[in-house]
Design a protein. Sequence first.
Length: 120
Amino acid sequence: MSHPNCPTCQLNHYVIKAGLNRSCTQRYRCQDCARYFTPQPKPQGYDLQTRKQAVQLYLEGTSYRAIGRLLNVHNQSVINWVEAAQKLLPDQVSDQERTDYVEVDELFSFVEAKKNKSML
C-alpha cells in the first residue's frame, strides 16, 4: 500500500495513517517531521451560488429563518452572508442621475410613552 509523500520533508516511507478529518478524508502523520496532513482535502462551506441566492432572497424581503429553511442552511450562515455582502457595498451611491420613483419603507415609532387613560 502506497502512502503519499509528506508535504514538508517529501518522504513517504515514514508516513502512517492517522484517522479521519471531520469531512471524512484520510489524515496522515509523518513520523520523521511529526506533521499531520491531508493529501486531498474536501472543500468546506457552501458554494457561491447558494450564498448569492440567499442574499437575493433577503433583498426580496424573505426573513433569515425562512431563507435558512428554503436553502437547508443555518440561519446564522445567512446572516453572515448578508453582512459580508453589505460590507462590499460602497458607502455612498455614485450614480447622480435623477430618478422618477423612490421606494421608502414605513417606520412608526413613539416619541413619548403612552399615557394611561385611567390617570386622566
